[in-house]
Ligand binder design. Structure first.
Ligand SMILES: Cc1cc2nc3c(=O)[nH]c(=O)nc-3n(C[C@H](O)[C@H](O)[C@H](O)COP(=O)(O)OP(=O)(O)OC[C@H]3O[C@@H](n4cnc5c(N)ncnc54)[C@H](O)[C@@H]3O)c2cc1C
Length: 506
């Protein structure tokens, strides 16, 4: 790739992860970096998910960057448009725009074992980088299940993350497929508009009340004028969630009480015993993400809503056939069926030192040292990598912890290349990755996600939980504070790269 532009760091994606990385790089004095974004604006998840009712399930004062507090959050749980506007503002306030390249989908990235850098092809040209940071997000590539006959459906079909705002749902017969976090926000938003709404449910979710309210003008004024009040609010929100973790990870039986509250939340609205039976989960609360809504059950009891509790099996013409054999003719199908989480598409595009892709390296399941780095992929890290997801708190805390790790990684590389030492790269040692993965999986055995009796998107094709972090966010922050060089092999290249093979110093 002679003659191409070279940057010190290339970051893929401009959601919370990519923008956060950009801020942290600038703060570390690194300005030689590019943020490569496939779309034409920032925001990631919060740009793409514009479906009616889209909102966060974590209070905004916690679901925001610690270094970019916002005293003006309008509600406890902000809606998509406010979070998107916040991210646009972060891009402006921190001077990130000059670094961001829109419409620059990363098509491939290949590690050059001699030059010790990444060769990156994007939709708008090629570049090379010393370090590659993937912040493509765990929930950014929509997944539509392979339903026999769907091709022959002549009505409207779209995914919750690709909402068609030009399609008028008023008076239509609509099928909603799935009952996850997005679906339960969509159902109450569209129920008053449509003629009939048929909800295809495979597994009922546990739903808890949503403690949402407007943040008053007085509170906002106080947060702006007396910043410690804002910090205190964030700290309280964080602490409450840290204390909850033990019930999820070590003592799932304690969640029985929460289950009672959720059951009461449902039964006080749903009086019909047949519908109640359909909506009552048969697994421990917390095994799947606990959903928050005050409007989901009230929408389900409306006369224009049907719940089909056996899941969608096939499509015959414009009739959706459930696993129990019942058929429903509809005009539109909305898939709220989630994302490619354990098989992230970008992994197929990243080729490491052994000439295999990250997807091939992860064919038996994703694994990465401290959720970040993988053997054979030097100077590469994934933000929100394997086992960094959360069931009950803000992902921004995990992202920021990983960005500490990224900054320390770059600092270590700088030290290694100082003076006449020549170029260097760090490759996670296989034994360090194994030991980390074993440690995480050992801790996973007692968690509600593994023992709660459900089949969730946290589990990969082999039934292994490669998604969730089995600890507190404080613990994760601690284990990602510094890069331990003992866990890495230092790869060296001659000062004039490209002349002979990189040598590994052990
Ligand atoms: C509807 C919804 C609600 C959510 N609610 C919560 C919540 O309540 N609490 C919580 O903690 N988390 C929530 N999440 C999870 C959320 O995904 C994370 O909190 C966070 O926003 C992830 O940020 P990210 O930057 O890692 O990924 P994303 O926001 O997904 O951004 C990834 C970016 O990478 C870009 N990209 C992907 N592939 C390429 C490529 N090949 N080349 C170039 N660019 C690429 C995408 O276009 C996108 O802009 C929610 C997610 C969704 C979908």
């Amino acid at each position: 790739m002679a003659g191409h532009e070279h940057v010190r760091v290339a970051v893929i994606g401009s959601g919370f992860g990519g923008l956060g990385a950009a801020v942290r790089l600038r703060r570390a004095g690194i300005t030689d970096f590019a943020v490569l974004e496939r779309r034409d604006s920032v925001g990631g998840t919060w740009r793409d998910n514009s479906y009616p009712g889209c909102a966060c399930d974590v209070p905004s004062h916690l679901y925001s960057f610690s270094f970019a507090p916002n005293p003006d959050w309008p509600r406890n749980f902000s809606g998509q448009e406010h979070i998107r506007a916040y991210l646009e503002k972060v891009a402006d306030t921190f001077g990130l725009r000059p670094h961001i390249r829109f419409d620059s989908e990363v098509l491939s990235a290949r590690w050059d074992t001699e030059a010790l850098h990444w060769e990156i092809e994007t939709a708008r040209g090629a570049l090379t980088a010393d370090m590659l940071v993937s912040a493509t997000g765990p929930l950014s590539d929509p997944k539509i299940p392979d339903i026999p006959g769907l091709d022959g459906f002549t009505g409207k079909v779209f995914h919750s993350a690709q909402w068609d705002h030009d399609y008028d749902l008023r008076g239509k017969r609509v099928a909603m497929i799935g009952t996850g976090a997005s679906a339960i926000q969509i159902v109450p938003s569209i129920q008053p508009l449509v003629d009939r709404l048929t909800l295809f449910q495979r597994t009922p979710p546990w739903v808890m009340p949503r403690m949402d309210r407007e943040i008053t003008r007085a509170e906002r004024w106080l947060h702006a004028k007396v910043p410690p009040t804002r910090a205190l609010r964030r700290q309280m929100l964080w602490l409450i969630r840290e204390f909850q973790v033990g019930a999820f990870t070590k003592h799932p039986a304690q969640l029985g009480l929460v289950e009672k509250l959720a059951r009461h939340h449902m039964t006080k609205v749903v009086k019909d015993p047949v519908l109640r039976a359909k909506l009552t989960p048969d697994y421990r609360i917390g095994c799947k993400r606990i959903l928050l809504s005050n409007t989901y059950y009230p929408a389900l009891v409306k006369p224009n809503v049907d719940v089909v509790a056996s899941g969608l099996k096939e499509v015959r013409g414009n009739t959706l056939v459930a696993a129990d054999g019942t058929g429903t003719e509809v005009d539109a199908v909305i898939f709220g069926t989630g994302f490619h989480v354990t098989d992230m598409p970008v992994a197929q595009r990243i080729t490491g030192a052994q000439g295999i892709t990250l997807a091939e390296a992860w064919k038996d399941g994703m694994e990465a040292l401290r959720g970040s780095t993988a053997t054979g992929f030097p100077n590469f890290m994934t933000v929100i990598g394997p086992n960094t997801g959360l069931g009950n708190s803000s992902m921004i805390l995990m992202i920021e912890a990983q960005l500490n790790y990224m900054v320390d990684y770059l600092r270590q590389l700088e030290t290694l290349t100082a003076g006449s030492a020549g170029r260097a790269a760090l490759d996670a040692r296989p034994e360090a990755v194994r030991s980390w993965t074993d440690h995480v999986q050992r801790r996973m055995t007692r968690t509600v996600w593994n023992t709660g009796g459900c089949d969730s998107w946290y589990l990969d094709a082999n039934g292994r939980n490669t998604t969730v972090w089995p600890g507190t966010t404080g613990e994760f922050r601690k284990v990602t504070r510094n890069v331990d060089l003992a866990e890495y092999e230092v790869l060296r290249a001659p000062a004039r790269s490209g002349q002979r093979k990189a040598e590994a110093t052990r």
